[in-house]
Design a protein around this ligand. Structure first.
Ligand code: TYD
Ligand code: MG
Length: 458
C-alpha cells in the first residue's frame, strides 16, 4: 500500500500543498494551513456497486416526452410550454372579473370540440344558467362539454370514474368542499383537501386538470401557502382594470419555462389572443412630442415596444412633485437625480410626471435610458429624434450599461420600423439591421440626440 502523504489546505483560499509553510503562497495569509482530511478509500468507489434499495440511476430511467393536449388557444398553450400535460395540475390565479372563468371555459370547450372527447367543467361559483349564458356568449357549443354546478367535489369527480373524460376544470378551489372535511368552504384546510383530491384524481386518471384560485388583496393565491407547491404549474392572469388587455404568465412551471407571456383582449364574445403585440403599447406619431421616448422592453421572452412619456411643468414650490405610473417611483426619482447631477439639466424647478403608455408596467432595467431621455426631452421641451429607440440601464454615475438579449430587442425594433437604436458602448451586438449609436454616459447619450428645436411644444 502506498504511503499516505499529508496534505495541507489554506483555510483562507483553499490552496493545497504538501509542505506546510507559514505564509500561503496563493493568498499571502499567515498561519492558515491545516491538515487536509483524507477521504477514506472505502467511501471512494463504493457507490454504484453496493446494493442500493429505493434509489435509481437517473441516466438509466426511461425518458418520456409528455404528449400534450392543445387548449385550442395558441397563447395559452405557449405559456404552458406547449399545451396541457396529462396528469398535471395547473393553478390559475387572478383578480375577480379578470376573465379566469371565461378563459377556462373557452379552453374546455375547444378541447372537447377539437379532440371530440368529454370535458368536465366544475363550477362551484355559478349556476347552470350563468355558465350556459357565458358559454353561448363565447360560442363554445359542444356535445362533449359537461357542467357540474354545486360545491360538493366528490359529487363532481364521481363522473370521471367510468367515463372517458380527457380534461377537467375546477372553478374555483375556494368554492368547493371536499368530502370528510369539516369547515367552511374556502378555509385553509378545505382548500388544501380540495386541491389534494384534484391532484390525486388527475394523476390517477392521467388527465390534465386546471384549478382556478382567488387571490388576496396583496396578489397571492388565497389558501395555504403550500397550494402553489402542490401543483405543477402556477399561472397568473392579470390586467389593468380600464384596459381590455389581459396578460397570462407562468409563475412556476414544471413542464416548461416561465418566460413566456400570453396577451389576450377581452371582447364581447370572450378572450381573443393577441398574436401581434407590436402596436399595443406605443404609437408611432407620439415620437414627435417632447418628453416621449421609445424602447423595446422584454416581458419574459417577448419583446414589447413601449412608449415612455414624461411631462415637465414649472412649479414655484420648493418641493417639486414626482409622479409615476408604470415605472417604480423610487427609480424615477433616482433617474431624475442622475440627470440633475450628471447632465447638469436642472430638475428642481419642475414638477415631473412619467407614464408608460397603455398601462404597461416596466420592471426591466433597460427602461432607464429611455426614461432619462424622456425626462431630459420634457425638461428642455424638445423632441427626441423620431424612429429611434433607447435601450440601456443607467447607473448612479451616469454610466450606460448593457441590457439582456439585445439582439432580440433590436430585431423587433427593426421589424417595427425604428431606424436607430441608442445602446451602451459595451453592448455586444450581432444583429446588423439597424443603425446603432453607442454611448457610455448618459450625458453623451443626450447631447447629440435632442433635436435642437426649442420652440416646439405640444
Ligand atoms: P370572468 O371570466 O367571469 O372573470 P373571473 O372568473 O376571473 O372572475 O369574466 C368576467 C368579466 O369579463 C365580466 O366583467 C364580463 C367580461 N366578459 C366580456 O367582456 N366578454 C365575454 O365574452 C365574457 C364571457 C365576459
Ligand atoms: Mg370566475
Amino acid at each position: 500500500m502506498a504511503q499516505q502523504i499529508t496534505k495541507y489546505i489554506c483555510s483562507e483560499c483553499g490552496h493545497v500543498t504538501t509542505t506546510k509553510t507559514g505564509k500561503c503562497p496563493s493568498c499571502n495569509s499567515w498561519g492558515t494551513f491545516e491538515i487536509l482530511p483524507e477521504v477514506s478509500s472505502s467511501n471512494k468507489n463504493s457507490s454504484a456497486k453496493k446494493n442500493l434499495p429505493n434509489i435509481k440511476i437517473i441516466n438509466a430511467l426511461e425518458v418520456k416526452t409528455p404528449r400534450r393536449i392543445s387548449t385550442g388557444i395558441e397563447e395559452f398553450d405557449r405559456v404552458l410550454g406547449g399545451g396541457l400535460v396529462p396528469g398535471s395540475v395547473i393553478l390559475i390565479g387572478g383578480q375577480p372579473g379578470i376573465g379566469k372563468s371565461t378563459l377556462l371555459l373557452q379552453a374546455a370547450g375547444s378541447v372537447a370540440k377539437n379532440y371530440n372527447v368529454p370535458v368536465l367543467y366544475i363550477s362551484g361559483e355559478e349556476s347552470d344558467a350563468q355558465v350556459a349564458l357565458r358559454a353561448s356568449r363565447i360560442n363554445t357549443a359542444s356535445e362533449n362539454l359537461f357542467l357540474y354546478s354545486g360545491s360538493e367535489l366528490e359529487d363532481a369527480l364521481i363522473n370521471l370514474e367510468n367515463n372517458n373524460f380527457a380534461f377537467f376544470v375546477l372553478d374555483s378551489v375556494q368554492a368547493m368542499s371536499a368530502d370528510n372535511n369539516s369547515g367552511w368552504v374556502g378555509t385553509v384546510t378545505q382548500v388544501r383537501a380540495v386541491a389534494q383530491r384534484v391532484i390525486d384524481t388527475a394523476r390517477e386518471k392521467k388527465i390534465p386538470a386546471v384549478m382556478i384560485g382567488h387571490i388576496t388583496k396583496d396578489g397571492k393565491i388565497a389558501g395555504p401557502m403550500m397550494l402553489e407547491h402542490m401543483v405543477d404549474t402556477v399561472l397568473n392572469f392579470s390586467g389593468e382594470g380600464y384596459s381590455a388587455y389581459r396578460m397570462l404568465r407562468a409563475v412556476k412551471n414544471r413542464y416548461g419555462s416561465t418566460d413566456e407571456l400570453g396577451i389576450f383582449e377581452m371582447l364581447e364574445d370572450g378572450l381573443k389572443p393577441v398574436t401581434d403585440k407590436s402596436g399595443l403599447y406605443w404609437n408611432r406619431e407620439d415620437s414627435a412630442v417632447p418628453g416621449v421616448a421609445m424602447t423595446i422592453a422584454l416581458e419574459g421572452n417577448t419583446p414589447l415596444a413601449a412608449e415612455i412619456q414624461t411631462l415637465a411643468a414649472k412649479t414655484i414650490f420648493p418641493y417639486p412633485r414626482r409622479t409615476s405610473r408604470g415605472i417604480e417611483l423610487n427609480r424615477f426619482q433616482l433617474l431624475t437625480a442622475v440627470i440633475d447631477r450628471r447632465c447638469r439639466i436642472s430638475t428642481l424647478s419642475h414638477d415631473l410626471y412619467i407614464n408608460v403608455a397603455g398601462g404597461l408596467t416596466l420592471q426591466d432595467p433597460s427602461a432607464d435610458l429611455p426614461a432619462c431621455a424622456a425626462i431630459a426631452s420634457a425638461l428642455k421641451n424638445v423632441s427626441l429624434q423620431s424612429g429611434t429607440c433607447w435601450l440601456g440601464e443607467v447607473g448612479l454615475a451616469g454610466e450606460v450599461r448593457p441590457v439582456t438579449r439585445i439582439d432580440l430587442r433590436l430585431k423587433e425594433a427593426a421589424r417595427l420600423g425604428f431606424h436607430t437604436a441608442v445602446v451602451s458602448s459595451r453592448e455586444q451586438i450581432k444583429f446588423s439591421g439597424i443603425k446603432i449609436i453607442r454611448v457610455s454616459h448618459i450625458d453623451e447619450a443626450l447631447a447629440g440626440l435632442i433635436v435642437a428645436n426649442s420652440t416646439q411644444s405640444r
